[in-house]
Design a protein around this ligand. Sequence first.
Ligand code: NDP
Length: 256
Amino acid sequence: MRGLKDKRVLITGGARGIGEAIAARFLEEGSCVVILDKDEAGCRDIKQKIPALTGTLVADVSNPIEVEQAFIEMDQMMNGLDILINNAGISMRKPFLEIDPKEWSEVIQVNLNGLFFIAQKAARIMLIGEGGVILNMGSTNGLMGYPFYAAYNASKAGVIELTRSMALELAPSVRVNVICPGYILTQMQKAEYTSEMLRDCEKRVPLGRLGKPEEVAALFVFLASDDAEFITGQYFVIDGGEIAGGLASQSPTKKL
Ligand code: NDP
C-alpha cells in the first residue's frame, strides 16, 4: 500500500484478535505501531510476540481519565499520530427482555462512548499536525438486526453514524471511515458460540466460512493508505457475502 511507511499508528484493543492482526499488517507496511488495550497481561504478551511494536499502553477506552493519560504516554512514544484504528469493543449475547441497565450501559460505554473518547483525542492531535486517518470498528450488527444482540447492535449502529458525522466535520484534514465485519473467528466469537453454532454461521455465509482477522486487517491498511485518499464518511462491509441477500437469500428457491 502507498504512504504507510513510518506512519504513526495507534490501535485500540490490539492485544489480540482483529486488533493484533491489524498491528502485524501495519508493521509489515513499515509503520510505527502502538497498541492500547485494557488487558495488562495481554499487552506484555503481545510486546514479546511482536517486538517490532513501538510500545503498548494499558488503558480502558471507556474511562476518559485513563484515555487522557494513555495519550500523554503515546505522544512521548511517537510524538504525534497519523492513523487511529479505533477497534476495542465488547459483545453481549442476551435476550432483549433480560438485559439489565448496567449491562446495557457497559456495552454502550465501551463500544460507542469509549470509541468517541479515543477518536476525539486523536482528531485533536491530527488537526494540529498534518491531518490523518481514523478508522472505526463497526459490524454488520450495526447494519442489520440480529436477535440477542440489542445493545451491541445499537452501539455499532451508533458508531456508523458517528463516523459519518466525524467525516463531515474533520474533512479535509482527517479522513474517517468505518469497517463492518461479519463473522470473524476470534476469542470474541469463541466465547459466545459453540462449535455447532459456528458451523451454522458458516452455512449462512455465501463464501462458506468465517472470516480471518488478517482479511479484515488488509481492508484496514488499504483504507488508511494513500490508495484510499478520496474515501471518507463511508462504511465497508467484509462478511463473505452474508448480508448481501438478507432474508431473501434464505428463501427455499435458492435450492433450484
Ligand atoms: P477480541 O475480544 O478477540 O479482542 C478485543 C480486545 O480488545 C481484547 O484484547 C480486549 O481486552 C480489548 N478490549 C475490550 N474492551 C476494552 C476496553 N474497554 N478498553 C481497551 N481494550 C479493550 O475481539 P475481536 O478482535 O473479535 O473484535 C475487535 C473489534 O471488532 C470489536 O470492536 C468487535 O466488536 C469488532 N467486530 C468483531 C467481529 C468478530 O466476528 N470477531 C465482527 C464484527 C466486529 P480484554 O481481553 O481485557 O477483554
